[in-house]
Design a protein around this ligand. Structure first.
Ligand code: PGA
Ligand code: ZN
Length: 398
């Protein structure tokens, strides 16, 4: 494949903050890829931009001569990483590699998911963030509270992706109706990921979700699971988990038993980052109790980094992993993480970031790498593009 032109520029994400989009022109066609941005980032994520920042990454990409770089297959992205990978950050590298990869698919006249694996016959299940707290939600100036956990998730199981998305939207609408009744401070506002903002406490929300689940389950044949992204590192300080709504400080042991209790009480299928991002051993205590019935998911713990995943496997910390391509930047390393996770029988969840663009590359990556789940919101700008793309792929697969 002959690279004719690579052009990077700034684009605004759903939070109106600058991120990067890269356009790639080759002899097989033109493609683009934009990187999202996180807010509750893991400490071990690669930096989004190089030392000199986004503008410098853009300048660097735009002045680099790619015409001599021979990219013929996925593994050749390594050449890009060797040549420019150290000079730019993870967002910039991901956008560049994403654009090139889509052009490689063009060479074979395939869509990206087909290029990655044309035998795929199933889609991931959608994980929908319905109610939000933590760093993704605003704390109101008048001292109003927000939940300490970051994401309250529904995971429907249905016989098609499209139906599952519809169930998530229905559950999200039902959450609004109940929040209006039970939260006197409810302003009908949505957070960064289009989840409802509320002043309710974690467990009040879980009760509400059970209510929604029971109402939806009345419709025959629907299975609706409840999940949480605790994002525990965001409220962990010097050995304590600091809760503000209601106020309580838990030590590690107390946090583990609190989480185990919630899993049991609410039959949680999915629990992401229940402990601090450095606590591999603590995770393994939670997994030991719950491995038969729940997914204990690493996000900040593993940061799509094969080295951290190896450690999580060694300690038996998790049975599921979040894959966010721009946490690591390198698609080669992302693939390595996915393959290692599969070999160890971990479930795979491809995930959006809280600051998103309209780019839908994530959908193709999730399908092509045979993910079990995709976490990309219930709907809303930056989310619906991925969901629509998945529905389109579903139409082609079936
Ligand atoms: P983000 O976090 O704000 O860094 O995208 C989302 C998550 O923790 O899953
Ligand atoms: Zn997370």
């Amino acid at each position: 494949m002959k690279i004719k032109r690579v052009y990077a520029k700034k684009v605004l994400d759903s939070r109106n903050q600058s991120t990067i989009v890269v356009f790639v022109k080759t002899d097989s066609g033109k493609q683009w890829c934009a990187a999202p941005s996180g807010k509750s980032k893991g400490k071990f994520e690669k930096k989004s931009y190089g030392k000199k920042g986004l503008d410098h990454d853009i300048e660097y990409i735009n002045s680099y001569d790619f015409s001599k770089t021979k990219i013929e297959k996925f593994a050749d992205l390594k050449k890009i990483e060797n040549e420019v990978g150290k000079k730019i950050g993870a967002n910039s590298l991901y956008s560049l590699e994403g654009g090139l990869l889509k052009c490689l698919a063009n060479v074979e006249k395939k869509q990206l998911w087909q290029y990655l694996n044309s035998d795929i016959k199933k889609l991931p299940l959608p994980v929908g963030n319905c109610i939000g707290g933590g760093m993704h939600s605003e704390s109101k100036d008048n001292g109003e509270k927000k939940p300490d956990f970051q994401e309250f998730l529904f995971i429907p199981q249905a016989d098609s992706f499209k139906k599952a998305v519809k169930i998530n939207i229905k559950a999200w609408k039902m959450c609004k109706v109940i929040l209006k009744e039970v939260d006197k401070n409810f302003k009908k506002t949505l957070n960064d990921e289009y989840a409802w903002e509320t002043s309710l406490q974690n467990e009040q929300i879980l009760n509400l979700m059970e209510d929604v689940r029971n109402k939806i389950l009345k419709h025959k044949g629907i299975v609706l699971h409840i999940g949480l992204d605790v994002a525990a590192s965001t409220f962990y300080e010097r050995g304590k988990y600091k809760y503000y709504n209601p106020r309580k400080f838990l030590d590690k042991k107390q946090q583990i038993s609190y989480i185990n209790g919630l899993i049991e009480k609410y039959k949680l299928l999915y629990i992401e980052d229940p402990l601090d991002e450095e606590d591999f051993k603590g995770f393994s205590k939670i997994l030991k109790e719950n491995s038969q019935h729940s997914l204990i998911v690493g996000d900040d713990l593993t940061t799509t980094n094969p080295e951290r995943l190896k450690k999580a496997i060694k300690y038996k910390s998790i049975n599921s992993i979040i894959i966010k391509p721009n946490q690591i930047g390198s698609l080669i390393k992302m693939k390595e993480a996915v393959e290692l996770a599969k070999k160890s029988k971990l479930k795979i969840i491809f995930s959006h970031r809280s600051g998103e663009t309209t780019d839908d590359t994530l959908a193709d990556l999730a399908v092509g790498f045979d993910a079990d789940f995709i976490k990309t919101g219930v709907w809303g700008k930056g989310r619906k593009e991925k969901l629509k793309r998945l529905m389109q792929i579903e139409g082609e697969i079936r």
